[in-house]
Design a protein around this ligand. Sequence first.
Ligand SMILES: *[C@@H]1O[C@H](CO)[C@@H](O)[C@H](O)[C@H]1NC(C)=O
Ligand SMILES: *[C@@H]1O[C@H](CO)[C@@H](O)[C@H](O)[C@H]1NC(C)=O
Ligand SMILES: *[C@@H]1O[C@H](CO)[C@@H](O)[C@H](O)[C@H]1NC(C)=O
Ligand SMILES: *[C@@H]1O[C@H](CO)[C@@H](O)[C@H](O)[C@H]1NC(C)=O
Ligand SMILES: *[C@@H]1O[C@H](CO)[C@@H](O)[C@H](O)[C@H]1NC(C)=O
Ligand SMILES: *[C@@H]1O[C@H](CO)[C@@H](O)[C@H](O)[C@H]1NC(C)=O
Ligand SMILES: *[C@@H]1O[C@H](CO)[C@@H](O)[C@H](O)[C@H]1NC(C)=O
Length: 758
Amino acid sequence: MPITERTPLLVVQLAPRPRRYTHHTLRRCCTFILGSLLVVAVILFLIPASVWKYVPWAYPFPYAYRDGLSYGELQAILQNTPSPEKLREWSNYYTAGPHLAGKNFSQVLWTREKWKEFGVEDTNIITYDIYINYPLDHRLALLKKKGNWTEVTYEATLEEDILQEDHTTGLPDRIPTFHGYSASGNVTAQYVYANFGMYNDFEDLIKANVSLEGKIALIKYGHIFRGLKVKRAQELGMVGVVLYSDPQEDGEITELNGYEAYPKGPARNPSAVQRGSVQFLSFAPGDPTTPGYPSKPGCPRQDPHDYIPSIPSIPISYKEALPLLKALNGHGPRASDFNEYWHGGGLAHKGVRYNIGPSPEDVVVNLYNQQEYITTPLWNVIGVIKGSVPDEVIILGNHRDAWVAGGAGDPNGGSAALTEIVRSFGEALEAGWRPLRTIVFASWDGEEYGLLGSTEWVEDNLSWLFRTNVAYLNVDVATVGTHFNPRASPLLNKALYEATSLVQSPNQTVKGQTIRDVWDGRIGTMGSGSDFTAFQDFAGVASIDFGFQRGPKDPVYHYHSNYDSFDWMDRYGDPDWHYQVACAEIWSLLAAFLIETPVIGFNTTDYAIGLQEYLDSIKPLAENLPENKRFSFQPLEKSIKNLHNVAVAFDAYAADLSVRLGEDIPWYLWWKKIKLLFEIRGVNNKYKSLERKFLYDKGLDGRNWFKHVVFAPGLWTGYSGATYPGLVESFGAGDSENAERWSVIIQKRLEAAIELLS
Ligand SMILES: *[C@@H]1O[C@H](CO)[C@@H](O)[C@H](O)[C@H]1NC(C)=O
Ligand SMILES: *[C@@H]1O[C@H](CO)[C@@H](O)[C@H](O)[C@H]1NC(C)=O
Ligand SMILES: *[C@@H]1O[C@H](CO)[C@@H](O)[C@H](O)[C@H]1NC(C)=O
Ligand SMILES: *[C@@H]1O[C@H](CO)[C@@H](O)[C@H](O)[C@H]1NC(C)=O
Ligand SMILES: *[C@@H]1O[C@H](CO)[C@@H](O)[C@H](O)[C@H]1NC(C)=O
Ligand SMILES: *[C@@H]1O[C@H](CO)[C@@H](O)[C@H](O)[C@H]1NC(C)=O
Ligand SMILES: *[C@@H]1O[C@H](CO)[C@@H](O)[C@H](O)[C@H]1NC(C)=O
C-alpha cells in the first residue's frame, strides 16, 4: 500500500548528499535529519493499511497499490458462482409466505443471517416508522333499484381462484385483493367507464358531456400509474374507483387467440387481480406523512392527503368486471365513437360493447372498502463491504416486500439474485479480494406502497450520500420474460454495455452470443416506479434499473396477482432459471466494473448526447404554447453543446489517466506517479458529483420533493420518465413565461456541470 512504495524513495533521494560536506555541525545536522526521516519512514511503514483508509490525503494511493485479487480473477468468480439451483432455492424461500410491507420480520432476519454467513459481517436492520394501511373488509356489488327495494344482480367475490397446480394460491393467510393507501369508504352510485383513466381520457369524457360528479369510475389498468387514475377521478368529484385488468393489455397471448389460460397455458387467468398502491407517486414517494425527511419514531407528521386518495378504490379481475361492463351496454356513447385511444377492448367477444354510460339511474354499484391505517415499523437490511477508498460508494438494492405470498417476479427474482450476488462477492472476499470502493447491499421494505424503505433511508443518509455515493444499481423485477429492458442515467451507459458484453444470452438459438449482442442497446430514461427514484431524483445519484421483461411472445405475466408465484416462474416465467442467472451476472459485473476500475467507469459525453436527445424529443410539445409566444430552444442547445465539448475533453483526459496508470513509471519519477494518483482522485470526484449538478434546490413546480431538472416521473404518468419536467409541464399548461423561467433554471444547472468538468 502507499507506504511500502514511498519509504525507500525518501532514503534514496537524500542518501548521497552528506559526503560533500566536512563541517561537523552540518554533518551532524544532516545525520540527524536523515535519521529522523528514517525513523518517521519506519513508523509510517508500520502503520497498517487499514488505518490509511481513514486518512483522506492517502485515499488516492489504493488506485495504484492493491493487494488481493486482480479484476480478472474477481470477474471469473462473479461469472462462475451464480447457479440456477441456488437462485431457485432463494426464490422458493422468499415466495413461500406473505411478506407485505412491515409484516414479515422472519424474512428480515433470514436475509441478514444469509448475508453474514456469506461474509458481509457488517449487516444491519435499519427501521423506520411508517404510516400504512392493511385490508380489513371489502365489497363490490351491482344493484338494481326496484321501487322501494334493491335487488343484488351481481356480487363480486373479490378473490382469485385457488389452483391445485399453484400451491401459494390457496394459503389460508393469502393476502386479500386491495389497494395500498386507498381510502376507507362505502359508496353506492351510478358508474361510468373511463377507459385507462388517463388525464386525457377524463378530458374526453368532459368534452362529451358525460356526467362524472358523484359517480364511480370503472377503469382499465395500463399506461399510467394507478394512483394517478384515482387522483384525477377524485379531482373531478367522483366518489369511487374500480380498476380491472382488460386482456387488451396481453397482446397476442390471449384465450381469444387460442392460448389456454394459466395454469394450463400462458394466457391470463381470468380471475387474476392486480393489487397495487394508489399513492400519488409523481408528487412524492415515501411515507406520505413525512415528505422530505425520515420517518423516525416521534418525528412530526403531516396530513397525508396531498399524497394519497380520499375516495375508496378496489381492484378486480376481468372476469368480475364483465357484469359491470355488460350492464353499460346501450347506455351513453360508445368508446369506439371516441378517438383512437379509446378503441379496442379485449372483451368484445364476451358480449361487452364498451359503452361509456353512465349506468341508468336504477343501476348502481356498491363499493365498500375498509382499511386499517396504522404507524408501524418497516425494516431495511443494509450490508456494507468497506473498500480501500471509503468515500466512493456503489449501492445495490432490491425490495423484498410483495403484494402477494408469491412475488417470484416482483420483486423476489431480484431478491434471489441479490442473495446470489452477496454469495458471489463473499466467495471473492474468501479468496482474498479487497474491494477498491465500498459496496452497500440494500434489501428494501415497503417499496410496493410507495418506495417507502428506500426513500426514508435516502432522506436519512442524504449528506453521506451527497459526499460518497457514486452510483445506485437497482433490480426490482429480475425476470418475467426474455426482453432485456434497462433504464439509466446516461453516465452509466458505458458500464452497462461493458457488463452486458460479459454475459452469455440464455437464448439457445443464438448460442455463443452475449446479452449485449442480442439486445438492441436501447436504454430508457429514469421515471419512477422503483427504489432508484429517491437516489436519482432527490439525491442526484446516477442510477440504473434493469431486468428481463415480458416480450410479445412470452407468457402473460400476472403482475401483483397470486399467480406471480414460484410455480408460475418454474413453469412459464423462466423454467431453466437461466434468465435469472444472467440477471445476477449482469448486476454483479456492472457493480464490479464500477468498484474496481481506478478511474470511475463513467462517460460524461454520453450524458451530453442524452441531454440533446431528450431536448429533441420534447420540442413538439412547445407547439402547445400560444402562437405569438414562440419558445426558443437555442440557449439550451448552446449550453448542451458547450457541455458536450468539455465532456469530450474531460473523458479523453480521464481515459489518458487510465492509460498512464497502466504504464510503468520509473521509480525515480515517484512524484509523477503521486501526481497521477491525485489527478485520478480529482477526476473521480468530478464523475461522482456530476449528477448532483442537475439538482434544483427548490424542486419542480407543485411537487418540490423532486429536485432533478432532467429526470422525473411524468406528472400524469407516474412510471415513465419525463425529461426536462419543468419545461414539459409549462408547455402542457401553455405557460410561456414559466417555460422561459425553466429554460433559465436548466441553463444554470448546465453551466454548473460545465464548470465542474472544465
Ligand atoms: C414469512 O416468510 C416466510 C418465508 O417466505 C414464510 O414461510 C412465512 O410464512 C412468512 N411469515 C408470515 C408471518 O407471513
Ligand atoms: C314495497 O312496495 C310494495 C308494492 O309497491 C308493497 O307491497 C310493500 O309492502 C312495500 N314494502 C315496504 C317494506 O314498504
Ligand atoms: C354501506 O352502505 C349501505 C347504505 O348505503 C348500507 O346498507 C350497508 O350496510 C353499508 N355497508 C357496510 C358494510 O357498512
Ligand atoms: C355539451 O354541452 C354543451 C353545452 O350544453 C353543448 O354546447 C355541446 O354541444 C355538448 N357536447 C356534446 C358532445 O354533446
Ligand atoms: C445511514 O443513516 C443511519 C441513521 O442516521 C446511520 O446509522 C447509518 O450509519 C447511515 N448509513 C451509512 C451507510 O452511513
Ligand atoms: C432467440 O433468438 C432468436 C434469433 O434472434 C429469436 O428469433 C427468438 O425470438 C429468440 N427467442 C427468445 C425466447 O428470445
Ligand atoms: C464516451 O462516449 C463517447 C460517445 O458515446 C465515445 O465516443 C467515447 O469513446 C467514450 N469515451 C470513453 C472514455 O469511454
